[in-house]
Design a protein around this ligand. Structure first.
Ligand code: AMP
Length: 288
C-alpha cells in the first residue's frame, strides 16, 4: 500500500491503473478507522480492482472548532489497518493541498440537506461534505464510491449531488456496522467514558423500539417517535431529534407507509452521536 499526499501523485496512480484496464473504488474517510470503515474497504475491494481510501479530516464540515480539534487522529494505525484490508492507496493530503490559497467554491445541495443534520450542524456542514467529496471524486475519478448507511442523510445528499452534477460514478452504501450491544461504530465512540458508553446504546434501543412498534402494525410517525423517545429515556438519554423521513429525500413523513428511515441524534455526555434504521413496513424484518 502506498500513502499519497499530493493530487498529482494520486492522479498518476489512477491513470496507470486505468491504462491497464483496472477499475478503481474510492472510500472517503476522516480516519480513526474502526470495523465500519473496514467494511467499506472490503466492499470496495470486492467490487473493484484497486481501492483508494482517502483520509482527510475536512475542516470545512465541522461546525464547532472544539469538535475538529478533538477529532481522533492516528495516521500510523490507520495506515496499518488499511494495508491489512487490501487497500492500494491511502490518499492523505494536507489541508493546503485540498484548500490552497484562493479556494472559493462551495457546493450546496437543496432540500435533502436542510433538515436533521443540516439544521443541527448548520448549512456549512453538508456544504463542506459535498465540496470535499466532489473534489475527491474529481481527483480520483473512481468507478464506484462507497459510503456508510450510518450517515444515511449524507448518502442521500451525496446521491443528489452526483445526480444533479452528472458526476460519472456509482454510489454504493454499506450497512451500518455495530458493536455487539447495537451501538453504531463511530470514531466519536472513543470519547465516551465507560458509563457514557453504556448509556450510548440508548440510540439503537430507541430505533429498535420504533422498528418493533412498526413491525407490530404501528405506522403513525408520532407514535413511532414516542416509542423511540421512551426507550432512550429509560437509559437517561434525551434525543436532540428523532425523525421519521423518506429514505431518499429526507422529507418528514406522517405515516410509515413507504421505505422510511428513522433517524436520531443525541448527546451522551459531551459527545454527539447519530444513528438511523431503515424501517420497511412491507418487510418489517428489513433493517439497516
Ligand atoms: P467518517 O470517517 O466518520 O467520515 O466515515 C467514513 C465513512 O465510513 C462514511 O461513509 C461513513 O458513513 C462510514 N461509516 C462510519 N461509521 C460506520 C459504521 N458504523 N458502519 C458503516 N459505515 C460507517
Amino acid at each position: 500500500m502506498r500513502t499519497v499526499r499530493t493530487i498529482a501523485e494520486m492522479r498518476a496512480f489512477v491513470a496507470t491503473a486505468r491504462a491497464s484496464g483496472r477499475s478503481v473504488a474510492l472510500v472517503p474517510t476522516m480516519g480513526a478507522f474502526h470495523d465500519g470503515h473496514l467494511a467499506l474497504m472490503r466492499a470496495a475491494g470486492a467490487a473493484c480492482d484497486e481501492v483508494v481510501v482517502s483520509l482527510f479530516v475536512n475542516p470545512a464540515q465541522f461546525d464547532e472548532a472544539a469538535d475538529l480539534a478533538a477529532y481522533p487522529r492516528d495516521g500510523a494505525r490507520d495506515a496499518a489497518l488499511a494495508r491489512e484490508a487490501g487497500v492500494a492507496v491511502l490518499f492523505a493530503p494536507s489541508a493546503e493541498e485540498i484548500y490552497p490559497d484562493g479556494f472559493a467554491t462551495t457546493i450546496s445541495v437543496g432540500a435533502v440537506a436542510e433538515p436533521l443534520e443540516g439544521a443541527a450542524r448548520g448549512p456549512g456542514h453538508f456544504a463542506g461534505v459535498c465540496t470535499v467529496v466532489a473534489k475527491l471524486l474529481n481527483i480520483v475519478a473512481p468507478d464506484v464510491a462507497f459510503f456508510g448507511q450510518k450517515d444515511a442523510q449524507q448518502v442521500a445528499v451525496l446521491r443528489r449531488m452526483v445526480a444533479d452534477l452528472d458526476i460519472l460514478v456509482r454510489v454504493e452504501d454499506v450497512p451500518t456496522v455495530r458493536e455487539p450491544d447495537g451501538l453504531a461504530m463511530s470514531s466519536r465512540n472513543s470519547r465516551l467514558s465507560p458509563a457514557e458508553r453504556e448509556r450510548a446504546v440508548a440510540l439503537f434501543e430507541g430505533l429498535r423500539a420504533a422498528a418493533a412498534a412498526a413491525a407490530d402494525g404501528q405506522h403513525d410517525a408520532r407514535r413511532l417517535r414516542e416509542a423511540a423517545v421512551a426507550a432512550m429515556g429509560a437509559r437517561g438519554v434525551e434525543p436532540e431529534y428523532v425523525a421519521l423521513v423518506d429514505a431518499d429525500t429526507f422529507a418528514t413523513v406522517e405515516t410509515a407507509s413507504q421505505r422510511v428511515v428513522m433517524a436520531v441524534a443525541a448527546r451522551v455526555g459531551a459527545t454527539r452521536l447519530i444513528d438511523n434504521l431503515l424501517i420497511d413496513v412491507r418487510h418489517p424484518a428489513a433493517t439497516g
